[in-house]
Write a protein that binds this ligand. Structure first.
Ligand SMILES: Nc1ncnc2c1ncn2[C@@H]1O[C@H](COP(=O)(O)OP(=O)(O)OP(=O)(O)O)[C@@H](O)[C@H]1O
Ligand SMILES: [Mg+2]
Length: 308
């Protein structure tokens, strides 16, 4: 599908994807990649300039009312009323959606997203993470089959994120929901999604499970050698030269050398041997090993970092 806005911006350029029922599908891409535009087309809020969207086998444009009842949306911009309390917002949305047994559903979701203690607080006085959790609650009140989450973890601290991870998993498991989420945060996409599409400039670059993407596009692991000082100075020329002899592809930044490896144990022992042999140990601050991330996959595909 394509979307060209009236100002001429071609925000979505031939994106094509299929989401399976019961999966968590992540749209990962940098700011301005076209994630929100894509989601707004999926929920029938925006009309594609070209292309078509079917949800549960039906066109969203021709069956809007019927399909929309099965979709819950937690938009990037908050959709609740700021002067109402958490509970009043939930009650209002439940009434609008005609939710049966609404008190029970509200309690259930307040419990899931840990909003019970702040149910009588005004919504504009909540923290960023609490607002996100209220946003999610409102999207789920009418028990939709398909949940659309735009930047669900924005503004959340690690503890709120943990609540998000576990609640999303439990929604998929116990309520069999399908979830589509958009984010520019690779950790969110990685932790939550069964499959991911990486989007850049309105195009899909690749679609697969996060583990598969890291396996296909990653390099195994990276050994990072942090030195005690500026790598550009003469003090470190020997260490740079010796490492380069064994690993010609070694990369370096101001204070560290990075070696990509498919056999970390073997390469680590070679490295330690080399440091010992040339008496270089005292120049090293620390050595660490890190697995490939989706950020590495993105860099591989685009030559840029996700956050640029
Ligand atoms: N209503 C609009 N009218 C015109 N251009 C728009 C509109 N909304 C978005 N755009 C443009 O379309 C492009 C894609 O925007 P979109 O909001 O879909 O990106 P995004 O991937 O959701 O980014 P973010 O991570 O910042 O939320 C951007 O260049 C943006 O400036
Ligand atoms: Mg967006």
């Amino acid at each position: 599908m394509h979307k060209i806005y009236s100002n001429g911006i071609h925000a979505v350029k031939g994106l094509s994807l299929e989401v399976e029922q019961g999966e968590v599908f992540g749209l990962l891409g940098p700011n301005g990649a076209g994630k929100t535009t894509t989601m707004n087309m999926m929920i029938g809020l925006l009309k594609p300039t070209k292309g078509k969207i079917t949800i549960f086998g039906k066109s969203i444009m021709n069956n809007g009312k019927e399909i929309k009842q099965k979709i819950g949306v937690a938009p990037q911009e908050f959709s609740f009323y700021s002067h109402l309390t958490v509970y009043e917002n939930a009650k209002l949305f439940a009434t609008l959606y005609d939710v049966k047994n609404c008190e029970r559903r509200i309690d259930e979701l307040f419990n899931l997203f840990e909003l019970d203690e702040i149910r009588h607080q005004r919504s504009d006085q909540l923290s960023g993470g609490q607002k996100r959790r209220l946003n999610l609650t409102l999207a789920l009140l009418h028990d939709p089959d398909l949940l659309i989450l735009d930047e669900p973890a924005a503004g959340m601290d690690p503890q709120s994120r943990a609540v998000l991870w576990s609640s999303v998993k439990s929604l998929v498991r116990s309520e069999n929901k399908t979830i589509v989420l958009a984010t520019h945060l690779m950790e969110v996409a990685d932790k939550l999604s069964d499959r991911i599409v990486i989007i850049d400039h309105g195009k899909d670059l690749v679609i697969d499970a996060p583990e598969e993407l890291k396996r296909k596009f990653g390099h195994g692991e990276t050994i990072q050698i942090h030195v005690k000082g500026d790598l550009a100075s003469d003090e470190f020329s020997l260490i740079k030269a010796k490492v380069k002899e064994i690993w010609p592809d070694v990369k370096n930044s101001n204070h560290s050398l990075q070696i990509h490896t498919d056999d970390a144990i073997d390469d680590l022992s070679k490295l330690l041997e080399l440091l010992k042999q040339h008496d270089l140990k005292q120049k090293i601050a620390d050595i660490s090993l890190r697995s490939e991330t989706l950020e590495d996959v993105f860099i591989k595909l685009t030559g840029r970092k996700l956050r640029e």
